[in-house]
Design a protein around this ligand. Sequence first.
Ligand code: PSU
Ligand code: MN
Length: 299
Amino acid sequence: MADFHIAQEIQQALDARQPVVALESALITHGFAYPANIDITRRMAEAIRAAGAVPAVIGIWRGAVCVGLSDTQVQVLATDTTAAKVSVRDLPLIGVRGVHGGTTVATTTLLAHRAGIRVFATGGIGGVHRGHPEDISADLPVLASTPLIVVCAGAKSILDLPRTLEYLETWGVPVLGWQTDEFPAFYSRTSGLPVDQRVDSTDQVVDVFQAQRALRLPQGLLVAAPIPAEDEVPAAEIEPLIAQAVAEADAQGVSGRAITPFILARMVALSEARTKHANESLLLNNARIAAQIARNSVD
Ligand code: PSU
Ligand code: MN
C-alpha cells in the first residue's frame, strides 16, 4: 500500500494548532517549466511564512504520499521529466508504480484533508473543458466531497466557465468572491459570471466554512480571488490566444490528462511569457490570502 508521510514540521504545526497552507505540486511537474517551477514554489512558501503560516507542499515521492516535501525533494520533482501528473484515479496506483508525481488540485485537496489541513492555495482549478463537456476535471467532484477551503483565481477560460460553475452549483460547492462580485477568470479579473457570495474579510470566509461544518455538509469551499490589477491580462487580449491553443490541441489530438499542461505551455509561448508573469502574480496573491484565512481559522 502507498505510504503516507507527513513531514515533522507539518505534523508539529498541526498538533500545535498552528496555521498550515497546502500547496499543490502538479504546478511544479506540469504547470511551469524548470526553473520557474522551483522559483514560484519557493516564493509562495516564503509568502505563506511571511504571513504567519506554515507551507506544506504535497506531492508523491517514490510512490509515497508526502505532505510537506523538502526543498531538495521539490528540486528533484522540478527536474524529473518522467514525474507523473497524479489525479485521484492515479492515487492508488502510485505505490505499484513507485514514481515521483505532482498532485493536482483534486489530489492535493484530498490529501490535505487527510492530513488535517484546512486551507489550500492554488492558481486555477480544473473544470469542464471547452468544446469537450464530457471532460470534467476530478477537481470538481473532489471539491464537492472534501471539506477544505481552496483559494484560487477562478478558472481560466481554456475551460467552459459557465458549465464549470453549473457543476459546482449542482454539487453544492459555494463559490465566494474575494472582494469581488464576479468569478475571476485567472489571467483576467472578470468573467461576466457572478459568484454566489462576495466576501471582504477572512472572518466571512471562516464563518461560511464553519456553517458548512455545523450543518454537516460534505462540500469544500471555493474562494476565488482576482489576479492583482497590475498583472492582469485583459480578457480581450487573452481570448484569441486561448482559442488558438484550444484549436491546436484539437488538431493534434491532445486530450485527457495531457490537455491542461499542453494548453498552459502554448499560452506561455503565444503570449511571450505574459501569462507566466500573470500566473506567478496570482499564485503569490492566493498564497497570501490563504495564509490569512488559515491564521483566522485556527484562532
Ligand atoms: N489549471 C491551471 N493551472 C494548472 C492546472 C489547472 O490554470 O496547473 C492543473 C491543476 O493541478 C489542476 C489540474 O488540478 O491541472 C487539472 O487537470 P485535469 O483537467 O486533467 O483534471
Ligand atoms: Mn480531464
